[in-house]
Design a protein around this ligand. Sequence first.
Ligand code: GCU
Length: 593
Amino acid sequence: MTDTPAIFQANIHTVDWRAPYRVPPAQAATLIDPTGRAVESLDGDWHFAIDPYDTCLRARWFEEEYHDCDGRRYPVDFSFDQWQTTPVPSCWNLQSPQWFWYEGSAVYVRNVGFEAGPAGERQFLHFEGANYATYVFLNREYVGWHRGGSTPFSFEVTGRLQADNRLVVVVVNTRRPDEVPTDNTDWFNYGGLHRGVSLVRLPASFIRDVHVALRPGSDFGVIDVRVEVDGAASGATVELPELGVAEEFVVADGVGTAELAVRPELWSPDNPRLYEVAVSTAEDRWQDRIGFREIRAEGNSLWLNGEEIWLKGICHHEESVERGRSLTADDIRLNFALAKELGCSYVRLAHYPHSRAAARIADEVGLLLWEEVPVYWAIDFGNPDTYADAANQLAELIRRDRNRASVIIWSVGNENPDTDDRLAFMAGLARLAKQLDPTRLTSAACLVDPSGPVIADRLVDHIDIIGINEYYGWYEPDFAQLVALFDNSRPAKPVVICEFGADAVAGRHGQADEMFTEENQLAIYRQQLQVLGGIEYVKGISPWILYDFRCPRRAHVDHGYYNRKGLLDATRTQRKLAFTELQRFYARKAATG
Ligand code: GCU
């Protein structure tokens, strides 16, 4: 094989073919904020092919070498421009029946035209979300990679763009035990560029990050502003025109802060008041619409803007039957409208960061949100690289959404075994959340200690709200244990029951003790609500779940690879009996305060 091009030998003779790609992944610190920017969308049809043996990365298809070192053409295994196209954003699983269950590598290719901007302009490729690992190549060169299936990431490509550019993106959604989540979840592992891609142009010195928030404990009278500038800047101005604010402040070493003594009209679900906010430097201007509110936990209670609240909630996954994880704004508005119709003031966005649009729309329609990183079930808690992955996903989520008034809770995980490694891992994430954003509360969905039963998870010492998942009446048939759980527990913090529920096949009717009937689900809701409504230290609930969702673990004939604990069916058109039961409960809760 002496005259065979080296690439073939590398392709089939190298076991550690991943080594050239092992550069530090894109991080929260390299994220840009496209808010209010003039972005050039790269959404639309891209050429696409699945790549089950990772051959693009092994054989470096992205270099598009068609001739050997002597100029002889040699056979390649790709034909980018002849491949079929697929829409971006989308999940490949729903673009073709042959890709429904596909897990592995896939290759996206498109050409990008570019007109040079003014001198000093900087350019970035920005991705809103891709599941799970993403490798980016521009004009046959490696740009970098990102891991994490639901958070945004950016790559600076200044100086690497020409009039016509070739963009190749490899997305890998193979489930792995050292990732976050691992290879075992109770939801469908959609793959692909499931959120938007864009080219963002910024000045030589640009505003990379802005955090504007009402300072907790300031009697609603101080707004803190923190700005990060990438590039030379000595000062900035923050404007809140409706509050008569136009305040200049110093920027030193890329960071500037300001304290504004103002009294904004407070944001709440009943009054989702948003303000125009702008931050400008000599070269750049950033703007957003932001609500100001205070969320606080004290003793067993939760307080919003100084008033005690009870979280009337519901959970939902980021999923639609037709679009998988690529929800449109209309999908999100429908989900939130259904939540409002239930009488919800609050939604738990399970179990991973939903799209940027979700919190923006919640800001507008007035819903409080629990947002979460997918530290789900048994994570590789002893692996420092797994922790780095989880911490970065949390940091990317917080940087993306910490100006969203609707978000009140950062959750660091769900239903994790109470081990020493897990405690260190998740307590570390809780500390990181507070460090990145001291204005919000932290939580996690903890499990009860069944021996009591009792609330005894050691993580509760490290979070503000004790989230509890319990399924008495469904997985734990003895309902008396639910009452015992609360009698046995003495939590010193607010408790939110962040999951309870039961499966029911929409339209299936029978006796209340017949599993998978709507009557059985209704009976369990009745018993749950009757107990939970009377526990003094329970300050909210978010039953599992608004609507049925795809679930590869559930092969029971009544599941049909769906989790059927929804209050509606997966199409969100058929309500089950329990929908009205929860609606009545929330109406009574609202009436009695
Ligand atoms: C768990 C888990 C959910 C899951 C649910 C169920 O509590 O958090 O992700 O779907 O139970 O078993 O239906």
